[in-house]
Write a protein that binds this ligand. Structure first.
Ligand SMILES: CC(C)(COP(=O)(O)OP(=O)(O)OC[C@H]1O[C@@H](n2cnc3c(N)ncnc32)[C@H](O)[C@@H]1OP(=O)(O)O)[C@@H](O)C(=O)NCCC(=O)NCCS
Length: 203
């Protein structure tokens, strides 16, 4: 790990700034560019590596899923799941870069390394938009990681020239709705899916 690189504020690496959030939040995280990905320095001294997901992450993704609460699983996948089937784990890790991007937050301070958060976008070329999904392991929430992942996803969509990023969020999922509100997303209720909102950000 190259500790000699200068630490830069999260706001400095955002290519297209989103509406500003609390100053306290931006002070909590620092990103340091690093060979493969970026080192994320959390205010409490812990560190993670933000990098692209790869095919070698299948076992770690399955372990990460096992640490999620039933509520987090339902909020992420929009239905209950007791386990992550192998084909689905494979599918989540072997992405098609032409239409997908997925970031993981890897904890390299444990052996084997553990994935503490995942954010991904799936592009709908016909609609020129992308659907996002995101999850942060509970022990690592309220540190700004969810907002940081979302900002990376938004930047990725802008780089691709997409006109919108959107996702489905359960109406009971106040943390995610709040997070997205702070980032400027708007919310639309779905007549045929009571209890679920479609949230979107025009890019
Ligand atoms: C929603 C989720 C991604 C938030 O991740 P996170 O790392 O805690 O997010 P952040 O720390 O960046 O928080 C950003 C803001 O979201 C809101 N928020 C986050 N958790 C919250 C909570 N438990 N209650 C209320 N607001 C909350 C707050 O406004 C927070 O800002 P603040 O800490 O300055 O008040 C995480 O809780 C999660 O993975 N949930 C399960 C999966 C899921 O719901 N995915 C979304 C659908 S795809």
């Amino acid at each position: 790990m190259d500790m000699s690189l200068p630490a830069i504020q999260l706001t400095d690496v955002l290519h297209s700034p989103l509406p500003l959030r609390s100053r306290e939040r931006y002070a909590r995280l620092q990103l340091v560019r690093q060979g493969q990905g970026e080192r994320v320095c959390i205010h409490d001294g812990r560190e993670l590596r933000l990098r692209d997901i790869d095919a070698g992450d299948v076992a770690a993704i399955k372990r990460c899923f096992k640490r999620l609460s039933p509520e987090d699983i339902r909020r992420r996948f929009l239905h209950s799941m007791s386990e992550l089937p192998e084909p689905m784990a494979q599918r989540l890790c072997r992405i098609d870069p032409a239409i997908e991007r997925a970031y993981v937050l890897e904890d390299e301070n444990v052996v084997p390394g553990e994935i503490r958060g995942v954010g991904r976008v799936y592009v709908d070329e016909a609609a020129n938009s992308a659907e996002f999904s995101i999850v942060v392991e509970q022990e690592w929430t309220r540190l700004g990681l969810g907002a940081m992942l979302m900002q990376h996803l938004v930047d990725e969509c802008r780089r691709r020239g997409l006109s919108e990023i959107w996702g489905y969020v359960l109406l009971e999922n106040r943390p995610m709705l709040q997070l997205c509100r702070e980032l400027g997303f708007v919310q639309r209720l779905l007549a045929d899916e009571p209890g679920t909102a479609q949230i979107s950000l025009a890019l």
